[in-house]
Design a protein around this ligand. Structure first.
Ligand code: SF4
Length: 461
């Protein structure tokens, strides 16, 4: 019997399409395990679904649809508020169990009260925040499965040994009706990590380094597979940061092997949330075919910055002290996790930021954890506020993608901003003349303290 050796992505796609073997370039129909959509693309997806399958059509599997309003939420823009209402109407009509609504009333209407300001909580008990950080938290990511989402950073779930990628509204509408999608099997690029990260260097620096190496289109329609002993030293949050930015190199998906950390993380969350508990990881074959294969020594990496105008424009933080900044921003699916805020707080603790600094937790769980985590009797939330960070309890995408003009932290005029987010093409965070520098939470924190792009190792013992 011939034993076919496949990469992780090929294995997931082969299983999901009922085949023993697939290879790059094959077009296969895959059965979808989870479809996620949000407030920006959800209404369009629902429109496609109703147009193509009929106004009384039912989704293919109610347990496999996850709807997470997170993008344009805390804004007085009535069209944005209306989008959340469209999602709620659809969820009620279809009887969908996984909807993380902004408000508690299933028959209500969402409207943001600008009079209460941007900082204080304005959401109900089920609201969660950014979709990609919500999915693992709420037990919707499982090894060996297929996740499609109407958002390019859906690739973040590759951290969990899953094939996860972003799709458009038309494909998502088709999945709602059929549970299937035709997909071309991508070639796989392997990034083999050795060693461990030195002090002051984070997972964000790893992915910025790699994108700088291959370019912002260097992985176009490729799977980015992460392997090597360095991978196993990383937390799940670290892996999520790296997988999240596969799309910033044009990647179809990013994917990690499954280890005990993956299993512990996933099992805890599927049990806690009562979501599907059975899954089958895909493991590494000894011989696989890659279109690119390179070893990276983590111990050699330094704090890295992606300069305006794209995520591949790489420089070292230590070379950039001549660039004065107007703003610092920590938040998003990539950089707004609890571990990101803890790293940021480690640097600014007991000091005061020199420039406008905005903090937007990715999820409501992050808000809770920052308030509950005490350092010498003070919560991390208080430590950040005392340092001068403008922190909002309204977890969401916020200024990561600009949004309506009243969005918290949005760049409403030309300015230079250092940000823990994932994308810096012109206009991404608002004003088109602004320059956004992507960096790790450590580097963003150090730069907030000095007002210039700063190597955080100056502040880390
Ligand atoms: S936080 Fe930013 S990158 Fe993440 S889903 Fe929202 S807009 Fe996209």
């Amino acid at each position: 019997m011939i034993r076919f050796l496949m990469t992780l992505t090929e294995k997931v796609l082969a299983r999901a399409s009922g085949k023993t073997h697939v290879q790059p370039g094959d077009n296969v129909w895959v059965n979808v395990d989870t479809l996620m959509t949000h407030d920006v693309c959800g209404p369009g997806t629902i429109g496609v679904f109703k147009r193509e399958f009929g106004k009384d059509a039912k989704v293919w599997d109610r347990q496999k649809v996850v709807i997470i309003p997170d993008h344009y939420i805390f804004t007085a823009d009535s069209m944005s508020n209306r989008n959340v209402d469209i999602l709620r109407d659809f969820v009620r009509e279809q009887g969908l169990p996984y909807f993380y609504d902004v408000i508690d009333d299933p028959n209500g209407h969402w409207s943001f009260d600008a009079g209460k300001g941007q900082l204080a909580r304005q959401y109900g008990s089920r609201y969660t925040g950014v979709c990609h950080t919500t999915l693992p938290w709420k037990g919707h990511t499982r090894p060996g499965e297929i996740l499609f989402g109407t958002d390019s950073h859906t690739c973040m779930a590759g951290a969990f040994n899953q094939f996860a990628t972003g799709i458009g509204n038309t494909d998502a509408g088709f999945i709602l009706g059929t549970g299937k999608l035709l997909i071309k099997v991508p070639e796989t690029m392997r990034f083999f990590l050795e060693g461990a990260l030195p002090a002051g260097v984070m997972a964000k620096d790893v992915i910025l380094h790699v994108i700088g190496e291959i370019g912002f289109d260097g992985a176009t329609y490729k799977a980015m597979q992460w392997e090597g002993p360095g991978v196993y030293t990383m937390s799940m949050d670290d892996r999520m940061t790296i997988a999240n930015m596969a799309i910033e190199a044009g990647g179809k998906n990013g994917i990690f092997p499954c280890d005990q950390k993956t299993l512990d993380y996933v099992r805890e969350r599927v049990e806690e949330n009562g979501t599907k508990q059975d899954f089958e990881p895909v493991d590494l074959d000894r011989d696989q075919s890659f279109s690119y294969d390179k070893v990276f020594d983590l111990s050699k990496l330094e704090p890295t910055v992606a300069c305006h105008p794209d995520p591949g424009n790489r420089k070292l933080a230590k070379e950039m002290g001549n660039i004065s900044l107007d703003r610092a921003y920590i938040g998003s699916c990539t950089g707004g996790k609890t571990s990101d805020f803890l790293a940021f707080a480690e640097v600014v603790r007991g000091k005061t930021v020199k420039i406008d600094t905005f903090g937007v937790p990715a999820t409501t769980k992050v808000v809770r954890e920052l308030k509950e985590t005490l350092w010498s009797g003070q919560s991390v939330w208080q430590i950040l506020e005392s340092a001068g960070v403008r922190l909002t309890e309204n977890a969401s995408c916020a200024a990561c993608l600009g949004g309506p003009v009243d969005t918290f932290g949005r760049l409403n005029k030309p300015m230079k901003c250092i940000s823990a987010t994932n994308r810096n093409f012109p206009g991404r965070m608002g004003n088109k003349e602004s320059e956004v520098f992507l960096a790790s939470p450590y580097t963003v924190a150090a730069s907030a303290l000095t007002g210039k792009i700063t190597d955080p190792r100056e502040f880390i013992s």
